[in-house]
Design a protein around this ligand. Structure first.
Ligand code: GDP
Length: 200
């Protein structure tokens, strides 16, 4: 498996960042992970890195969230972006994060790809469209990772993939291949590792 070497050694937490000035030196490539809160982002990062609790398995609505950097062995940084779409988050908090997100996506030259997580049960929602549009504008290639595929049957899974495919047609920055994953069952995890290893 192509991604095995990179993930053979422990992926380590490097730092949490709240402003562009806190970003680590741009001395290697990086990939980022974005998605609505509760989409399964922490679970996916934990599955990807073989760690039980590298990424916190739950995020608190409205709490200050950080851009979390993880290091891989001889590979890109893995960057965990704060979950979006908290209905309860204060407007000022949301605005601050949108500003940082915009700055990060458009200003990080070493950002090679964004993985946007979409819950297989829900498909692409309006709140996801906002980030896809930001990615288009920043010209950051993004790839959709569908999560929690084990929660739906084969038919609904196919329907969900078609819905996502339709949504991606409107986005010039979209990478066409959709990765279907289950952190619970392990589906798609090796594929995602291999894709990340292939970018390095
Ligand atoms: P985050 O807020 O995006 O970091 O989401 P979490 O990783 O904390 O997951 C949210 C909820 O979905 C938790 O209860 C997880 O156990 C569950 N979950 C995450 N991934 C999967 C999956 O692949 N399959 C199933 N069945 N549940 C999952």
């Amino acid at each position: 498996e192509a991604g095995r070497m990179m993930f053979a050694n422990p992926v380590e937490f490097l730092k949490g960042v709240v402003a562009m000035s806190g970003l680590p030196p741009a001395d290697r490539l990086e990939v980022c992970f974005a998605g609505r809160s509760n989409v399964g982002k922490s679970s996916l990062i934990n599955a990807l890195t073989n760690r039980k609790n590298l990424a916190r398995a739950s995020n608190t609505p409205g709490r200050t969230q950080e851009i979390n950097y993880f290091t891989t062995q001889d590979g890109p940084y893995l960057v965990d972006l704060p979950g979006y779409g908290f209905a309860q988050a204060p407007v000022a908090v949301v605005a601050k994060w949108q500003a940082l997100l915009k700055e990060y996506l458009s200003g990080r030259a070493t950002l090679r790809r964004a993985f946007v997580l979409i819950d297989t049960r829900h498909g692409v929602k309006a709140v996801d469209e906002e980030i896809l549009t930001l990615l288009d504008r920043a010209a950051v290639t993004f790839q959709v990772v569908m999560t929690k595929a084990d929660k739906v049957g084969v038919k609904d899974r196919e329907k969900a993939i078609e819905q996502v495919r339709g949504a991606l047609a409107a986005h010039p920055a979209a990478y066409p291949e959709i990765i279907v994953t289950s952190s619970e069952k392990g589906d798609g995890i090796a594929t995602l590792r291999a894709i990340i290893a292939g970018l390095a």
